[in-house]
Write a protein that binds this ligand. Sequence first.
Ligand code: AMP
Ligand code: MN
Ligand code: MN
Ligand code: MN
Length: 282
Amino acid sequence: MRADLHLHTTASDGKDCPEVVARKAREAGMTLVAITDHDTVAGVARAQEAGRAIGLPVLSGVELSCGAGEEIHLLGYGMDATNARMDTLLRAQRAQRALRMQAMVEKLALLGMPVDPQEAQSQGAGVYSRLRLADAMIRRGYVPSTKEAFDRYLSPGRAAFVPCRRMPAEEAIRRLTSLGATAVLAHPGRLRMDDGTLQALLPAWIAAGLDGLEAYHATHSDAQCAQYDRMARRHGLLVTGGSDSHGRAGGARIGEQLHRWRSAPADVAALMERIRKKQDAS
Ligand code: AMP
Ligand code: MN
Ligand code: MN
Ligand code: MN
């Protein structure tokens, strides 16, 4: 069992199309993956079809941006990607991204760095993202690297940053799970809050339907993996893992750091069991 449950494609801010992600995952030795693009499921069916042809199971997934104050990323797994209510939810998310991108592009223009907002959109799926905006800034010669684009302009507090309007995490958990998804808190170690704050928030999120924590993530230290693994089990939550690969040079590769997820066989079995139960119920 080698699972990577957090992968991006061209449907959001990833570099590779869904078919190529599936092929590369197979080549990297994965035996199960999930496609978790930001606020869209547009890449899921294509990756699943490609996966079927090469014997790689591909779980439907999504990474939802939410959080009233701090930004929180929520992974949804196993839902019916063709559900109309899911489409409504994700459309609204993408509409906020479009508004936010317009405002960021206006700020960049005032800074003497015009960018066509269309350059910051994913291929066909309508996901405007800062990572693609950074790509456009590099292409136009405004910055030499993604890191500089974020450090100087696109990160919170920087000159061209505009926050995206988001629903509170509790509401996102409720909506995602009511659509039959299994909801997992993405990369808890990347939250801009300390673990005491997270611990205090968890009971309400669990009451809202949170199913698990992504304890194993390419950016987590070994200590963080162990700590979130313990935190999840203490609260009766599922444990998951993902590289968060965007298929980019310098970023995480598929499967990266996931050798640390030693309990993956049992954890994945528990996740699949939860997904099955929810599908039966919905
Ligand atoms: P957005 O979803 O438009 O707010 O953009 C967030 C995305 O940008 C994340 O999912 C990452 O892929 C990427 N990102 C955020 N911060 C950085 C950073 N400092 N360096 C590189 N990529 C980043
Ligand atoms: Mn991303
Ligand atoms: Mn994320
Ligand atoms: Mn991600």
